[in-house]
Write a protein that binds this ligand. Structure first.
Ligand code: FES
Length: 157
């Protein structure tokens, strides 16, 4: 187990057999990410110190120049020693990532846009910030990110 120091604010632990992103998520830290497979670049962070190994990813997600500057993709990086990393925009008061069941309440088609209303469990309430997005997880391991269009004050939908 190694200690990861995040943006000089907090620490968490990571095992050598899990990615830094997976370790952070396991400990309820909400770090920026999307694909979790080295394709989107959303989990890019600056490595300040420590030994690491970065696994498979696509070139588009992080350039050679960024790697030379010490940047890594946390979704495919494993710690080989204690690490100090800097995650731009990290907010330790961010809402935790949660997985919830949802029921389709309504689908409204307007021109080439579909407005999908999802009914969520009443408790615990689903809290989010304006402008946040969610990942819809569907059968067959299909996942896709969508923006939340309504304001956070509309309870349960
Ligand atoms: S989450 Fe997409 S590259 Fe890491």
């Amino acid at each position: 187990t190694h200690t990861i120091t995040l943006s000089d604010q907090i620490t968490f632990t990571a095992n050598e057999d899990e990615t830094v992103l997976a370790a952070a998520t396991r400990q309820n830290l909400n770090l920026p990410h999307s694909c979790k497979s080295g394709a989107c670049g959303q989990c890019k962070a600056e490595l300040m110190s420590g030994e690491f190994e970065m696994g498979d990813h696509i070139d588009k997600a992080i350039s050679e120049e960024e790697k030379a500057q010490g940047k890594v993709l946390l979704c495919c990086t494993t710690a080989k020693s204690d690490l100090k990393i800097n995650v731009p925009g990290f907010n330790q008061n961010a809402l935790p990532v949660r997985t919830l069941p949802a029921r389709i309440e309504n689908i409204e088609i307007k021109h080439d846009v579909a407005l999908l209303k999802l009914a969520l469990p009443k408790a615990p309430p689903f809290a989010f910030y304006a402008g946040q997005y969610i990942d819809l997880l569907l059968p067959g391991n299909i996942s896709r990110s969508y923006s939340i269009a309504n304001s956070p004050d509309q309870d349960g939908v």
